[in-house]
Design a binder for this molecule. Structure first.
Ligand code: NAP
Length: 317
């Protein structure tokens, strides 16, 4: 079994920043994640990370990883299948290996929400996609619709309008909730918005060829011929393995943390989207920085070792 001071589960901005801060405190740090970058990696372009005018989510993830590694943080691509968190020494299990540490930081983020309509499951990978950045290039000169009304959907629709022959944005309300700057940009594209509407059914043969849309105000339905549908309706937290290990979650399935990002289990922290924070790269990164520093103080008993180690659960002064 390999032993570390801190093991971070997850690979998005919260995890990578926690890794950077822990490594800069000379803690033996390991990040275990199935992918690099988490949801950030799926962003076609990130324009609101201060100091960086525009960058793809994947490029930003690679830069964050490189920066953490520069200070000694290890990053391993692996699916964490089990956690043993109670007790002083925690165990983190992947199919190949078992690792141990005194601190575990949960940064498992979130995964896409499904529409849960007829035909959706049947056509996943055959015209139904949850990742516009990954799959839109396959829809050159095709007719596509993006579902949703927030930043993911609007940025995906703008990107689609550069690739597809025709792009629809289907939203269940009569206004969008995406950032105003993004909404202004959308107005300058040929994207056609279908307001107050939801998808009732996805249909096709081998691939999607149409959707049935219902107007929620009039209850009228219409058919729309399409080659692809991109579902960009937000995320749900990834908490299965942490719940199984005894970490408490709230009624929405988000991990419950206090203002030091501590969970109910001493030595176990949680940061980023999995806690239900404002889902922004900068917020996730900030939480990762703070949790890693709090974990360092917990391990060392304060900057000067002035405290007894176990101040876990105490409120911030
Ligand atoms: P989100 O903000 O949670 O929005 C989800 C959207 O999907 C909402 O418009 C919601 O409608 C709609 N929706 C949810 N369930 C639906 C259903 N069953 N059927 C139809 N529509 C449904 O998700 P997000 O767009 O993925 O954004 C997540 C976070 O990442 C946000 O904080 C966002 O600002 C951020 N983000 C930022 C950028 C950027 O470049 N700045 C890019 C992507 C994401 P209602 O509005 O009616 O609730």
């Amino acid at each position: 079994m390999e032993t570390y001071d801190i093991i971070i589960v997850g690979g998005g901005p919260a995890a990578l920043t926690a890794g950077l801060y822990a490594a800069r405190r000379n803690l033996k740090t390991l990040i275990l994640s199935e992918t690099l970058g988490g949801q950030m990696a799926l962003a076609h372009v990130v324009e609101n990370y201060p100091g960086v005018e525009a960058i793809s989510g994947m490029e930003l993830a690679e830069k964050m990883k490189k920066q953490a590694e520069k200070f000694g943080c290890e990053f391993k691509l692996a699916k964490v299948g089990g956690l043993e968190l109670k007790g002083e020494i925690k165990k983190v299990k992947t199919p190949e290996k078992e690792y141990s540490s005194k601190i575990v930081i949960i940064a498992t983020g979130s995964h896409y929400r499904r529409l849960k309509v007829e035909g959706e499951d049947k056509f996943i990978g055959k015209g139904v996609s949850y990742c516009a950045t990954c799959d839109l290039p396959l829809f050159k000169d095709k007719k596509v619709a993006i579902i949703g009304g927030s930043d993911s959907a609007v940025t995906a629709a703008m990107y689609a309008s550069e690739i597809a022959s025709e792009t629809f944005l289907i939203h269940r309300r009569d206004k969008l909730r995406a950032e105003e700057v993004t909404q202004e940009k959308l107005k300058k594209t040929p994207v056609k918005i279908i307001w107050n509407s939801v998808i009732e059914k996805v249909e096709g043969d081998k691939f999607v060829n149409k959707v049935i849309i219902k107007n929620v105000k009039t209850n009228e339905t219409q058919e729309l011929q399409l080659d692809g549908i991109f579902i960009e309706i937000g995320e749900i937290p990834t908490t299965e393995i942490v719940k199984a290990a005894g970490v408490e979650v709230n009624e929405k399935n988000f991990v419950i943390v206090n203002d030091k990002f501590e969970t109910n289990i001493p030595g176990v922290y949680a940061v980023g989207d999995v806690t239900g924070s404002f889902a922004q790269i900068i917020v996730a990164a900030a939480e990762g920085a703070e949790a890693a520093t709090n974990a360092y103080l917990y391990l060392k008993g304060g900057f000067y070792g002035e405290r007894k180690p176990a101040d876990y659960g105490e409120k911030k002064k």
